[in-house]
Ligand binder design. Structure first.
Ligand code: PA5
Length: 441
């Protein structure tokens, strides 16, 4: 299901035992719920404990919208309340689905930016499509999705009437607190609960991710089945546990002076998976002046832009390659009688053959250039394996954070910008800070 190759981290070999021990101790802390942030471990056994009814309820929302011929679902949320769904849909969809599917339900995202242009363009799209929306906010008070939802809710009510709007809007939020909860209750929206013990970046396998993913037409049962099998695979305190292997190796790289972990893909469908991964590790580990900086590249595309830096720039990085063993589709390079482009030596070969050679060649070049490499190989890119990948990285992140010695489940630093923004926006209660900031601007 997943294969971790650490042979590209030469220096790790001699420190293997030491780092496996650290990662296994961290695994114990996680499993025994004795560590910092232990009230946020609801994700850990979520796949095996997920009630089928909850999955069925998420699918029922998608079905009810289909019956109304909805062809545009706006998923409103930011950070952990959108990145998982975005990653999954991008990974599973046809690259050109909007242009090619006969009857596509397009899921687009909003509330993840304060760009006015973006919202105006979205309104243009909503005008010509049959629209539903899912608004996702654990706190129910985050500014970006709240602003977007006010506009989108108003649009849907104007277009379909208030009663019909209530059937086209679903909320995913806290069970009791927050403005979104009160609003959803008073408007009679179908609501899903985000449990208290699951933080945003660990929530892709809850209705936060599952409602939009189901609405896009993907198999959330398979997604959960993959996560469940990965949960079992990552459940032993042993050097065979892939999450322990990855957590051990990346902490070793960090202790050796690497500052940046580049998540590498060779398939553009994984670009947003990298964005999800960046939030997961960045928000979990970047605290107390510590933590690897999570960055990402898409090869071979970025070998023609970032490749020079990776090969010869500051030697502060290592790579983690998410490698997909079997592509879902097959395209061969044809033979050409004239061979004017000189490519006949590749005639009859699959494009994936070239991709694989590029991957191997890059691996050797980068290792030679001082960029060690971890490889995480998955069989293929379908809902089952994607579910496995989500869970694998969540588990590894929990373990890795404890090896690093921080609380991997809080995000105190995210509040700083919010306070300043509220003060500058004139939010009641922030008057003193507003005065202080005004002097500095
Ligand atoms: O991971 C996190 O906790 C954050 O990224 C949140 O998901 C993000 O800030 C959105 O918060 P909320 O869901 O409360 O609107």
């Amino acid at each position: 299901m997943i294969k971790i190759d650490l042979t590209g981290c030469k220096s790790f070999e001699s420190k293997r035992e030491q780092y496996f021990e650290k990662a296994m101790a961290a695994f114990d802390v996680l499993e025994s719920a004795q560590g910092a942030g232990n009230d946020f471990l609801g994700w850990n056994h979520l796949p095996s404990e997920m009630p089928q009814q909850l999955l069925d309820d998420c699918k029922a929302v998608a079905e009810s919208w289909k019956e109304k011929n909805v062809n545009l679902v706006v998923a409103i949320g930011i950070g952990g309340s959108y990145l998982g769904a975005k990653a999954a849909i991008a990974a599973l969809a046809h690259n050109f689905s909007v242009n090619i599917d006969a009857d596509p339900v397009q899921v687009v995202f909003a509330g993840n930016t304060l760009s006015e242009d973006y919202m105006a363009d979205l309104v243009d799209l909503m005008k010509i499509r049959n629209v539903a929306a899912v608004v996702i906010s654990k706190s129910g008070t985050t500014t970006e999705p709240a602003v977007a939802f006010r506009i989108i809710k108003g649009f849907i009510e104007d277009k379909y009437g208030k009663k019909e709007a209530a059937e086209r809007i679903v909320a995913v939020t806290d069970k009791a607190r927050g403005a979104l909860k009160s609003l959803a209750t008073s408007e009679g929206y179908k609501s899903f609960v985000i449990e208290d013990n699951i933080g945003g970046r660990y929530s892709v396998l809850t209705p936060v991710g599952l409602v939009p993913i189901a609405a896009a037409g993907f198999d959330i049962d398979a997604l959960l089945a993959g996560a469940r099998d990965m949960e079992a695979l990552c459940s032993s305190k042993s050097a065979d546990n892939p999450a322990i292997q990855y957590a051990a190796a990346r902490n070793c790289m960090y202790d050796e002076g690497k500052k940046v972990e580049l998540l590498v893909n060779y398939n553009p469908k994984l670009v947003y998976f990298s964005e999800w991964w960046k939030q997961l590790f960045g928000e979990s580990e970047g605290k107390e002046g510590k933590g690897l900086f999570p960055a990402s590249v898409s090869y071979t595309t970025d070998l023609h832009s970032m490749g020079q830096y990776v090969q010869e720039g500051e030697r502060v990085m290592f790579e983690t390659v998410v490698s997909v063993k079997n592509p879902a589709r097959k395209v061969e390079i044809p033979s050409d009688a004239d061979n004017l482009d000189g490519l006949n030596y590749l005639a009859g070969k699959r494009i994936e053959y070239c991709n694989e050679k590029a991957m191997l060649g890059t691996r050797l070049a980068h290792i030679d250039g001082g960029v060690p490499q971890i490889t995480v190989e998955t069989e293929t890119l379908d809902a089952y394996h994607l579910g496995g990948l989500f869970y694998f990285f969540e588990k590894a992140c929990g373990i890795s954070g404890y090896v690093l010695g921080i609380n991997p489940f809080n995000q105190p630093g995210v509040e700083a910008y919010k306070k300043n923004m509220f003060a500058l926006l004139g939010k009641p209660g922030y008057e003193e800070l507003a005065k202080e900031l005004a002097k500095r601007l």
